[in-house]
Write a protein that binds this ligand. Sequence first.
Ligand SMILES: *Cc1c(COP(=O)(O)O)cnc(C)c1O
Length: 388
Amino acid sequence: MNTIEKFDKHVMHSYGRYPLVMQKGEGQQCTDENGKTYIDFGSGVGVNSLGFCDEKWADAVCEQVRTVQHTSNYYYTAVQAEFAEKLCNISGYDSVFFGNSGAEANECAIKIARKYSFDKYGRNRYNIITLVNSFHGRTIATLSATGQDTFHNYFFPFLEGFVNVTANDIDDLKSKLDDTVCAVMLEYIQGEGGVNALNQDFVNAVFELCAEKDVLVIADEIQTGAGRTGKFLAGEIFGKKADITTMAKGIAGGIPIGACLTTEKCSGVLTAGTHGSTFGGNPIACAGGIAVIDRLESNGFLDSVSEKAEIYRKVLSECSEVVSVSGIGLMIGIELKTKKATDVARKAFDKGLLVLTAKTKIRLLPPLTISKEEIEDGLKILIDILEE
Ligand SMILES: *Cc1c(COP(=O)(O)O)cnc(C)c1O
């Protein structure tokens, strides 16, 4: 049996996959088992922030594998301490809980918000407002939080305690922000929902109204964080710092990790025994995370993300098939005039370019390390398909 046959026989069919068996990646390109190469405009789904197998990152990870690969969270490791310190310093937060994925980071945020409110106000202030068209993960709680009806199927009963508000509708927010609410959870740029950035006015209103009522703001920066927008956090672009920020995807450059960051206000909410994770804060993941932050902090790196984003946006906006280009930085949504995003993605794949889709848009989340030459080569393939 070949690889695809083995998959089909033994791996659950929970994904629609392209017929690509990835054999090796280097930088911003990868090769399949037949030797065909692809330019990567997706980085997994925004995970390989430093591209494939970046040398310094790989050295840091491999060295950690040969030193201590895991210990329970009953003990300390220097590498988790160092990653936590770097992550708090660059993000401006006080403390962090480590899990292994985005959904787990959001589960942690939900638990902190509810316990913060329970400790201060008692039992009946547990609702969390989330936005229509949001995406917060695939566990039962984070699916329940996700504001899209298509996700609320099959797995009944979903969790109660989530109330949806239409994104950018301040009146809707005001009408639902009552005494039962403990938090508002948002993505500054909805990723899976179609690469839609929130309006500054709406974000301002969320923070103002929440501050008045001691309602926490949770920013899900799982897709927008770790340099994707040209800042470490997208919140910096909106001039806001949420009480809780969740991260995952690109933060360790391809090793599974999730982080739930809080300000001082919430850093004492989780006490011994109230939350945990066997793998959370794994030393290998933390070593990868340190390598990512070191790179993001290196001279001019984040500015180069914004410069590359400009190239994408300029070229794409000049294409006759493109209606609009959304998102911020290297989180790019492309609205198409006549073509179907899935068809375009498939044609790009055939021609050696990996792109993503989000709803009816083409979505690009290239490695932050992509070169201007690779951007041009990849865009040439994409534009040719769009203008065909
Ligand atoms: C990907 C994503 C998640 C879920 O992360 P997993 O690691 O797949 O659990 C949650 N929120 C946002 C905004 C995401 O983009």
